[in-house]
Design a protein around this ligand. Structure first.
Ligand code: GTP
Ligand code: MG
Length: 446
């Protein structure tokens, strides 16, 4: 027997609060708390809510009759005056009348279980609520709106149909059917594989859009890292002095460039000999920030020759194997070619005059800006990415077995496994405990 769950769906503050109730007893609980017997579905009713004989609140109440509701169950939404007392007391009363407090994401989980949305759409919904800028909003909307699910379902259907054609021939012991040509099977698998790869390749950008791009500013002491952080964020965030070793700890600041979230980290300057244990620890943290970053900005002071330490640091940056840019700072003082011949991306800035700062901003968001202009689908969820990679591996294995002419049973097995990974992504075969973990990351009342 399904329980009836209740939770506050809105946050703190504001004038109005929303309490949600979902489950088989929702209507009868509403009737008891309001003393009113009939409610027209999907119409707001202004009614009094009672705490025993006392009036608790006068509220706007909406009853959604199953299956025409968010969860697919009977749902009641109470729009209350947002007093902490009224909200808390109503939840207590609903529980004494038979409801139980909802777990995180439980409304969405019920919507999923009742076929109101698939897992990809549900996760899009979760991302939509968390989206803090235009780019992440679009990404979540594509997922919630079913665009991503539609694409995944198309791939699933294609594999299902191919598998059916292969399996029916495996059962055809008398070989009455015309066999499928290897070229046909290869073509079908490759078509799906290409689409899966394309989608999986969008993950790094999708993740940037959803979570923000982490950028570490590294370099020798006094090269102007903190000045650059301040110039990028547009206010005096980090301490700047003309002494070497001013920044000792990492300094993090978030900003938005063209609707894209950027998480900037200014770090302690790297030099061979630290003055004291604090500076040494600071340098250790600089290296850690570099490892955690998506893009590394190596800041050089153009008015000084390149030091051995800077050469070593550049080697360390390259060893990270990620996007990196060399910034020749202080160009108001001197101009010179980049002393690191293998640097692919080089920009020149002056924190004093502001020259080059806009170009640096453009560089930092170039990938996501490009992605945002296309209408291609993107993924941003690690679970989706991993499922796609697994499906990809299976289809690649199927192609190998096909070339080796190992017989239908073996490559069909790989196609079947790829199909299972796609179904898992959409939520068709996802085990309950995994579903529980996924929905527990949702917010309360959703
Ligand atoms: N002329 C000129 N001076 C700059 C520029 N950028 C920074 N400076 C100066 O260089 C000095 C060092 O700047 P910081 O931003 O503190 O350098 P840092 O790399 O953070 O130094 P540490 O924290 O010690 O590692 C300060 O006196 C800044 O005013 C620039 O573009 N032009
Ligand atoms: Mg500094």
């Amino acid at each position: 027997m399904q329980t009836t769950i209740c939770a506050l769906a809105t946050g703190n503050g504001g004038a109005v609060a929303l309490v949600r109730l979902s489950g088989p007893d929702a209507l009868s609980i509403l009737q008891r708390v309001s003393g009113k017997s009939s409610f027209e579905p999907r119409h707001q009713t202004f009614c009094t809510l009672y705490d025993g004989k006392e009036v608790l609140d006068k509220a706007l109440v909406t009853y959604f009759q199953a299956p025409h509701s968010f969860t697919g169950e009977d749902v009641v939404e109470f729009a209350l005056h947002a007093s902490p007392y009224i909200k808390g007391r109503l939840l207590e009363i609903l529980c004494t009348l038979g409801a139980v407090p909802a777990k995180r994401g439980e409304f969405s989980q019920r919507a999923f279980l009742n076929g109101k949305m698939d897992l990809v759409e549900a996760q899009g919904l979760c991302d939509l609520i968390a989206s803090g800028n235009k780019a992440s909003h679009k990404l979540a909307m594509d997922s919630l709106g079913g665009k991503l699910s539609t694409r995944l379902n198309e791939l699933k259907e294609k594999l299902t149909s191919l598998l059916a054609q292969i399996e029916v021939r495996l059962d055809d012991v008398d070989e009455e059917m015309t066999p499928l040509s290897e070229d046909f099977i290869r073509g079908e698998i490759t078509a799906v594989l290409t689409q899966i790869q394309t989608l999986a390749d969008t993950f790094s950008i999708g993740k940037f859009i959803k979570e923000g791009i982490k950028i570490a500013l590294v370099g020798a002491p006094n090269s102007g890292k903190s000045s650059l952080l301040n110039a990028l964020v547009g206010f005096d965030r980090a301490i700047v002095t003309d002494a070497c070793g001013t920044t000792r700890d990492t300094v993090e600041e978030t900003l938005e460039i063209d609707g894209q979230k950027i998480i900037l980290t200014d770090t302690a300057g790297i030099r061979a000999h630290a003055l004291d244990p604090a500076e040494q620890e600071g340098m250790r943290r600089s290296l850690r920030a570099m490892k955690e970053a998506d893009i590394i900005v190596l800041v050089l002071d153009v008015s000084r020759p390149l030091s051995e330490e800077e050469k070593q640091l550049w080697a360390d940056v390259q060893a990270q194997n990620k996007r990196a840019v060399v910034v020749q700072n202080k160009i108001d003082r001197a101009q010179r070619a980049c002393p690191l011949p293998d640097a692919k991306q080089v920009l020149a800035t002056s924190c004093k005059t502001g020259e080059g700062i806009d170009k640096l901003k453009q560089f930092l968001t170039a990938d996501t800006a490009q992605a945002a202009t296309g209408d291609g689908l993107m993924i941003s969820n690690l679970r989706h990415y991993e499922a796609l990679l697994r499906a990809q591996t299976e289809l690649e294995a199927a192609l190998i077995q096909l070339s080796a002419a190992r017989g239908g049973e073996i490559y069909a097995e790989h196609i079947r496994a790829a199909l299972t990974h796609l179904k898992d992504l959409i939520g068709e075969v996802t085990p309950d405990d995994v579903l529980g973990v996924i929905f527990s990351t949702f917010c309360m009342g959703k």
